[in-house]
Design a protein around this ligand. Structure first.
Ligand code: PLP
Length: 484
């Protein structure tokens, strides 16, 4: 059979060869392995001699011998002294082939319910008005690099091995001090957990506190990432419409049954920007205590307030009993750091750690060590002060440009905080359509309605922090020309 059969090998080899990846030996190995697994080379079938294969495929004999030896070593082929080379007789390749009535894979109910958030994520392109993006070129990269070298030199053993699921002790210590001083958060290093971004905190909290079918209250409009974390845990979401003061505890009080949990952004409502006043904070906490509701305070960009000092956290008012406080370094430093934190009521710590360990073990040590130094040496506070000045200027440039070029088209929601401005359309047009047209014109602008659950809203979210004033002015002009 040897000479004629080698022709089939040419047919198997050519497509692999055309991909051009790997050495010739790799390519031949792949082609033969594929033919064996696909059943084109039958179990026990004899192969042509390596000399015949080499000649038909135009390969060196050594190349063929090496590929065949590899296939033999892995058990796809067997060689019988004096008789030649054969496909192994005992390969259960049929078991690998899809059954005749091949159906799509069946997802668990929880994963089927999880929304397709990744499909909505903008590409990492930094175009005006990319949302929630800090000014990455104003980040003190040289200083970060120096701290990176120092920390690694000092404690390589601690940082290269497995870490503590709670987070690096030095970071939890530095963060506990920082949160208590700057935000009035009631915490100790034992109740501060380091996570891979606030998104992981929201996901773990949802799984920690909710069983499938449990009710969770969310802001409407509100952060899609929070809704998605809750929905993935099987929660039944109840939207609570925010008004000009934010989340309304009276609506929460009217919900029956009481939700097990409410997720909200009291410092700077996402996406509309208002701040929850003290009267509502107190009413909310009273409601949470009397009906046993857990409150998740997502304090995602609290550092950036332009009208006065940052507000104290809701968590501090509560003494850390019913409030789980979530924060992130994505806005204040850079999202690629992928570090966030959660301050937990003491009784929740163990359960949370079990889930964190099951999810990803622990957050990477080295970035945590650099960050711990960055905070402890006062650089975080300094960076925030500098960025506040820069962002205040950029925000006011954006407001001026909108007033100048788009006053008849857009109404800004007045908020004194954050890295984006939300504007509403005066004519209530279809904001998703407008956003698509703006994307095509090179502007990264999300529609406000994307964040609404049960409300008709029409507007745009304009991230300003990463763009110099002149760029913002030009981008507003481009935005207006597309919208008109
Ligand atoms: C309101 C809100 N919460 C949480 C997050 C999540 O931040 P992280 O990047 O840490 O997952 C974001 C990010 O855009 C946000 O806007």
């Amino acid at each position: 059979m040897a000479r004629r059969a080698a022709g089939r090998f040419v047919g198997w080899f050519r497509p692999v060869r055309n991909t051009g990846s790997g050495t010739l030996q790799d390519q031949l190995y792949t082609a033969i392995r594929r033919a064996v697994l696909g059943g084109e080379l039958a179990a026990g079938e004899r192969l042509p001699s390596s000399r015949a294969l080499a000649s038909d495929l135009g390969l060196g004999r050594n190349t063929v011998v090496a590929a065949v030896e590899r296939l033999t070593a892995e058990g796809y082929l067997t060689s019988r002294r004096g008789a030649g080379l054969f496909v192994a007789a005992d390969l259960p390749v049929e078991d690998l082939r899809p059954p005749a009535d091949s159906r799509p894979p069946i997802l668990s109910r929880r994963s089927a319910a999880a929304p397709d958030l990744h499909a909505e994520r903008e590409p990492a392109l930094l175009r005006p008005f990319a949302l929630g993006t800090a000014s990455l070129d104003a980040f003190p990269l040289e200083l970060w690099r120096r701290l990176a070298v120092q920390t690694l030199r000092r404690r390589p053993g601690d940082l290269l091995g497995y870490g503590d699921p709670r987070g690096l002790p030095a970071l939890r210590q530095a963060l506990a001090t920082y949160l208590a001083d700057s935000r009035g958060v009631v915490c100790s290093p034992e109740t501060v957990m380091i996570v891979s971004g606030a998104q992981q905190a929201l996901d773990l909290i949802a799984r920690l506190l909710l069983d499938p079918g449990d009710v969770a209250a969310v802001e409407d409009p509100g952060y899609a990432g929070a809704r998605d974390a809750l929905a993935s845990a099987g929660a039944r979401l109840v939207p609570v419409a925010v008004d000009n003061q934010g989340f309304d505890p009276a609506i929460l009080a009217g919900l029956s049954p009481a939700p097990k949990l409410a997720m909200l952004t009291p410092s700077h409502q996402f996406p509309l920007g208002m701040t929850l006043p003290a009267s509502r904070r107190l009413a909310l906490l009273a409601e949470a205590r009397s009906r046993g509701i857990w409150i998740v305070e997502d304090d995602y960009d609290c550092e950036y307030r332009y009208g006065g000092p940052p507000l104290q956290a809701l968590q501090g008012l509560d003494g850390g009993e019913r409030v789980l406080y979530v924060g992130t370094f994505s806005k204040v430093l850079f999202p690629g750091l992928r570090l966030g934190y959660v301050v937990l009521p003491e009784p929740l710590v163990d359960g949370f750690l079990r889930l964190k360990t099951a999810a990803d073990g622990f957050a990477p040590g080295w970035p945590q060590a650099i960050l711990a130094e960055f905070i402890a040496q006062g650089y975080l506070a300094q960076h925030i002060r500098r960025m506040r000045v820069l962002y205040r200027r950029r925000r006011s440039a954006l407001l001026t440009a909108i007033e100048r070029h788009a006053g008849d088209l857009l109404v800004p929601r007045l908020s004194e905080a954050g890295l984006h401005l939300t504007v509403e359309f005066r004519d209530g047009r279809d904001d998703k359509k407008a956003s698509r047209a703006l994307q095509e014109a090179g502007l990264t602008v999300g529609p406000l309605s994307r964040y609404a659950v049960a409300r008709g809203l029409s507007g745009l979210l304009l991230g300003f922090a990463a763009f110099p004033e002149a760029e913002l002015e030009a981008a507003v002009q481009r935005l207006v020309s597309v919208l008109r």
